[in-house]
Design a protein around this ligand. Sequence first.
Ligand SMILES: [Zn+2]
Length: 127
Amino acid sequence: MSDVVTDAELLAAADAVAARAYAPYSSFDVGCAVLARDGAVIEGVNVENAAYPLGICAEKTALARAISMGYRPGDFVAVAVTASPCGGCRQWLHEMKVGRVVFRNGGRVVVMTPDELLPESFELPPG
Ligand SMILES: [Zn+2]
């Protein structure tokens, strides 16, 4: 049910979708592929804007798309990204309770949990 897609296959899906990135300003195409527990793979790309800070990352695009489809935090086995997730996306990966994150950093493929990527992430106080 959950791990029919390997990490290598998920990263390959992220690589493939990166070609659809909208990155006319940086030319830095990023792809993301999210593996849901039901086996679905939801993809996203970075989408830039002429007002630079308004651009959104591939991870946020994919996860927002998944949420829009009805998935919820905890529904995600793994997320593959073609680049190392930025600080903001690490908070998103934590919020979404992603099982593991597979990403390229330099020439390496790294697999880490959201807690490893962002220890002591922001959480609202109880109550
Ligand atoms: Zn990001």
